[in-house]
Each structure stands twice: as structure tokens, then as C-alpha cells.
Design a protein around this ligand. Structure first.
Ligand code: AMP
Ligand code: MG
Length: 320
């Protein structure tokens, strides 16, 4: 019997849960409850939904301290810690730069230096005050904006997996838009869930080739990439992941993947790894014991792959 699959559209992507097992009615109920959690988080965290906690925060927190729910407060504290640990490569205040480079709802454009300087003045976790005494958030100036786009899907996947666990599900795969996937247990009779990572292709619609097959068990993996959300100027590709330390899109890195137990952390740290690229690979990989990582860089039309704990196939493998 093929495994049961339930899915929903949220956070501008498709969330899917694969549920192998003997009792489809109970599994469907657990899967739908987990998707309900994802939908609830979207309504809370989305930057673009008027009425979301994040939209309210962005509209008010420059004027006064804004109280948020304990769950969101804890997520913001976690995001601050990940920002500090990654030396600022992951930063949920990066939105003014994302907008300035034309990636907020667009395909990118080249800004003038004054625009970049103006945006940079509004970016940095130092501009965000988190007060644990009353769960309030306050911005130090106008124009600061929180965007959970690089951590929210992973957080939703992790929370959905918790719902499944609490419902007694021991084997499942949860993914959000294939960019973050979390494995509960293993498929029946198998040692691992096996997840494919495709080789990034500079040509849209080229047949996919397999870069790696990753075995996962009680672990999450996130993949960040610039394919499909980038523009080119002077032979260089500028993608939607910005290095907040320079104020410019990360150049030369086309894919980064991270494996850890927490999907919240893999989502944030794969974005950080893409931002720092091969030069910052060691520093990111040292952040957690047992962390597995992959960085694919591109120069002169050639791909260069650097992996830690992930077995990469050699070039020219047959399509997946
Ligand atoms: P992801 O696909 O998880 O790597 O997230 C990419 C999205 O996060 C981008 O489309 C931006 O909205 C946002 N973003 C870009 N650069 C950063 C960064 N350095 N830190 C945090 N979020 C970022
Ligand atoms: Mg991410």
C-alpha cells in the first residue's frame, strides 16, 4: 500500500507530509492536525498577511514596545542567537536590503550605493530590543522590519513534526516546499529516509541530475539556493540571499545544505551558509556537534562542491 500523503499550501509553498503505516484514518487525522499547525503559524508569522503578529510588529514596534505571544518571542530569541552564532550572516532584520535589491516580491535589480547605505542603516539585530520580562519587542528606529522568510518554514516543519509525535506517529516525512525536510523515524522496513539533492543547474528546465542522496533518521535537512530567484549583471549572478555584513547578495555560492536534529536550525543555518559560502564553511560547520553540511560554488561555469559528512556523487550521474 503506498503511504498516505496530506498537503496544504502555506508560506508561498507546498507543505507535504508522508505517513506510511497501517491505520490510514488515524494517520490522516494526525497529518491534518499537523497541517493545521502549519496554517496557524503562517497566519501568525507571514510578513505579507495584514493581521499577522509579524505585520503588526513591523507596523508598531518603532513607536512603542509591542507584546507578542510567548511562542513568537521564543522564536525571535532563537533567531537572535543564530544571528550572533553565525557572525551576522543569518539576520531576520535583512528585509530592507532584500527590498532594496528588488527581491521582495520581484526578481531583483541593481540598486545605487545610496539606496544600499540607506537600507543597511535599518538592518541589524542590535536595532531590535527583546524584553523577556513582558514579552515585548521594540525597534530602535523607523524602517526596521522583521522577515522570518529564512527560518519560518523550518520552524513550521518542526512544529508539525511535534504534533505528529504527540499523536503517536512514529514514521513520517514532513517537508515545506522541499527546501526543509524533517524525518520522523524511518520508513517501514528501512534504515533511513532517503532524500535527493539535485545538482544546481544554471539553465532553467535542464533535466535534473543527482548531487547526493542523503539518509535521514530523526533529523532535518534544509537546502538554500539562488536558482530561480536571481538576476545577472556583468556575468555575475545576484541572488535573493543577502550577506547582511556587506549589504550585497552572496556571490558565487549557488547551493548550501545543512543537516541537524532541528528543522528551525537547519533552515536558518543553510541560509547563513549560503551567505558566507565556502570561505565561511568551517565556521558554520563548527556551530553544532554532528552537523553535516554541503556548499556548491560556481565560477567560470564550473561547479565546485565541498561536503562535510554528506556523500556527494561525482559529476555526470544519470538524471534522478
Ligand atoms: P531560505 O530560502 O530559507 O534560504 O531563505 C531565503 C529568504 O530569506 C530570502 O528570500 C529573504 O527573504 C530572506 N533572507 C535573505 N538573506 C537573508 C539572511 N542573510 N538572513 C536571513 N534571511 C535572509
Ligand atoms: Mg533558510
Amino acid at each position: 500500500m503506498p503511504p498516505l500523503t496530506v498537503a496544504c499550501h502555506a508560506m508561498a509553498t507546498r507543505f507535504e507530509i508522508v505517513l506510511p503505516g497501517e491505520n490510514p484514518a488515524a494517520l490522516r487525522a494526525a497529518g491534518e492536525e499537523a497541517l493545521g499547525q502549519v496554517e496557524q503559524l503562517e497566519a501568525q508569522l507571514s510578513l505579507f498577511r495584514a493581521g499577522s503578529e509579524i505585520a503588526h510588529l513591523n507596523a508598531r514596534a518603532a513607536q512603542e514596545p509591542v507584546r507578542v505571544t510567548p511562542g513568537l518571542f521564543a522564536l525571535l530569541q532563537h533567531a537572535r542567537k543564530l544571528s550572533e552564532e553565525s557572525g551576522g550572516a543569518f539576520d531576520i532584520t535583512v528585509a530592507p536590503l532584500v527590498r532594496c535589491w528588488g527581491f521582495m516580491g520581484g526578481d531583483g535589480r541593481f540598486p545605487c550605493p545610496e539606496e544600499v547605505a540607506e537600507a543597511r542603516a535599518k538592518v541589524g539585530m542590535g536595532l531590535v530590543r527583546l524584553n523577556p520580562a513582558d514579552f515585548t519587542v521594540q525597534f530602535a528606529r523607523e524602517g526596521v522590519m522583521l522577515d522570518l522568510g529564512a527560518i519560518g518554514k523550518g520552524y513550521a516543519v518542526e512544529r508539525a513534526a511535534e504534533v505528529l509525535r504527540e499523536a503517536g506517529v512514529s514514521s513520517a516525512l514532513v517537508h515545506g516546499g522541499t527546501s526543509t525536510v524533517q524525518a520522523l523515524g524511518t520508513p517501514p522496513g528501512e534504515e533511513f529516509w532517503k532524500i535527493a539533492i539535485e545538482t544546481p543547474s544554471p539553465v532553467p528546465d535542464a533535466p535534473p541530475t543527482l548531487l547526493a542522496t542523503v539518509p535521514l533518521k530523526e533529523e532535518a535537512m534544509s537546502v538554500s539556493g539562488v536558482c530561480g530567484n536571481s538576476f545577472q549583471v556583468g556575468g555575475r549572478t545576484y541572488g535573493h540571499i543577502i550577506d547582511p555584513r556587506t549589504g550585497e547578495p552572496a556571490i558565487g555560492t549557488v547551493l548550501a545544505a545543512v543537516i541537524l536534529p532541528s528543522a528551525t536550525e537547519t533552515d536558518a543555518l543553510s541560509t547563513a551558509l549560503l551567505a558566507v559560502g565556502a570561505a565561511g564553511h568551517d565556521a558554520i560547520a563548527r556551530l553544532r556537534p554532528g552537523m553535516k553540511t554541503l556548499v556548491v560554488s560556481e565560477s567560470g561555469g564550473q561547479l565546485h562542491v565541498e561536503a562535510k559528512g554528506i556523500v556527494v556523487r561525482s559529476a555526470g550521474q544519470k538524471p534522478v
